[in-house]
Design a protein around this ligand. Structure first.
Ligand code: PEP
Ligand code: MN
Length: 353
């Protein structure tokens, strides 16, 4: 159920409707829009009695939302969600493309700094790196944990990059949230409902990667888990799904980009690294992702991919990443976008390092 407030409704009227919804035993989700505020109602198994809601002051109408996902739906919020990072020019969603780049795993301070310097110089505004890694084998490198989080926090200080890193479980989620700017929920965890709910109680943006066999609706229901707990800063990510194709690690399903944008206001990123698993396919699929209308990219970059502890074969060399940035910068205006280059790019370049 959704309460649409009149355009001229006051803050007091909005609050009174929220209080009323709470008194009914449900949860109100006020979602301000450009024209008017909508208030989503969750916590109800069946129909909410709309009678008394419609008569409250400032209410324009009460609408039934028929889709399984509510808060993630465009029915509830028409305008695109833009996740902003206070004190920086960085954002995800909206006209500016967001580029998140860095290694699969943080391996050492030297490795992280060398890569961060290169991706910042090329204009990325976000740095990615795994501290806690979801590995198929328990014998494979599992990540440096807290040490990696501290290294990334130094990267943020030195290069002005926002930090994106994965929270693998509910035990370490708070620690990750303390150090990161964006909490990544990995493909293997897309339906880890306790992790999603706990992330929903935080007030930090959450990047949800599509599960390897998840449908569009299942991905949006994962977002709904986070949003239903009051965290509305959710970013979606297409990272490839399992199909019969054996020419690539996964099949990057770019057609989900317009399909998601049609039904949801949430930003959607494309990950051409996990989506293909092959360095030579990353640049073409990055271009295709932007051309398809994605809000940005998350890409693996390594200074020595041949000795990377994880995902070396799909990691770009720094110069390939620069080429990718230059190419998507040219594609961006064709799809009504702009690629903001990090303010640090010129500073780092000018320092001659
Ligand atoms: C990653 O980003 O390194 C990662 C493990 O991604 P995914 O969850 O999409 O496999
Ligand atoms: Mn990886």
């Amino acid at each position: 159920m959704l309460v649409v407030m009149k355009a001229q409704a006051t803050q007091e009227e909005i609050q009174a409707v929220c209080d009323h919804i709470e008194q009914l035993g449900f949860r109100p989700h006020p979602l301000p829009g450009a024209q008017r505020t909508a208030i989503g109602i969750t916590g109800n198994q069946g129909e909410v009695n709309r009678g008394n809601l419609e008569s409250l002051s400032g209410v324009a109408e009460v609408i039934r939302v028929s889709k399984a996902y509510k808060l993630a739906s465009r029915d509830v919020k028409e305008e695109d969600t833009v996740v902003r990072f206070a004190g920086t020019g960085a954002s995800i969603g909206g006209r500016d493309l967001a580029v998140i780049a860095g290694p699969c795993s943080i391996e050492s301070r030297e490795q992280a700094f060398a890569i961060a310097e290169q991706v910042a110089a090329a204009g990325a505004q976000f740095f990615r790196g795994g501290a806690y890694k979801p590995r198929t084998s328990p014998y494979a490198f599992q990540g440096l944990g807290l040490e990696a989080l501290k290294i990334m926090s130094e990267v943020r200080e030195k290069f002005g990059l926002r930090i994106v890193t994965e929270a693998l479980d509910t035990e370490t989620l708070d620690l990750v949230a303390e150090w990161a700017d964006v909490i990544q929920i990995g493909a293997r965890n897309m339906q880890n409902f306790s992790l999603l709910k706990k992330a929903g109680r935080l007030r930090k943006p959450v990047l949800i990667k599509r599960g390897m066999s998840a449908t569009l609706e299942e991905l949006l229901m994962a977002a709904e888990y986070v949003m239903s707990e009051g965290n509305y800063e959710v970013i979606l990510c297409e990272r490839g799904v399992r199909t019969f194709s054996d020419h690539a690690r996964n099949t990057l399903d770019l057609s989900i980009v317009p399909a998601l944008q049609h039904v949801s206001h949430l930003p959607i990123l494309v990950d051409p690294s996990h989506g293909t698993g092959r360095r030579d396919s990353v640049l073409p699929m990055a271009r295709a992702g932007i051309a398809a209308g994605a809000d940005g990219l998350i890409v693996e970059v390594h200074n020595h991919p041949e000795i990377a502890v994880s995902d070396g074969p799909q990691s770009l060399y720094p110069e390939q990443f620069r080429t990718m940035m230059n190419e998507i910068e040219r594609i961006a205006p064709i799809v009504g976008r702009n690629l903001p280059r990090s303010v640090n790019a010129s500073a780092v370049a000018a320092s001659g390092k």
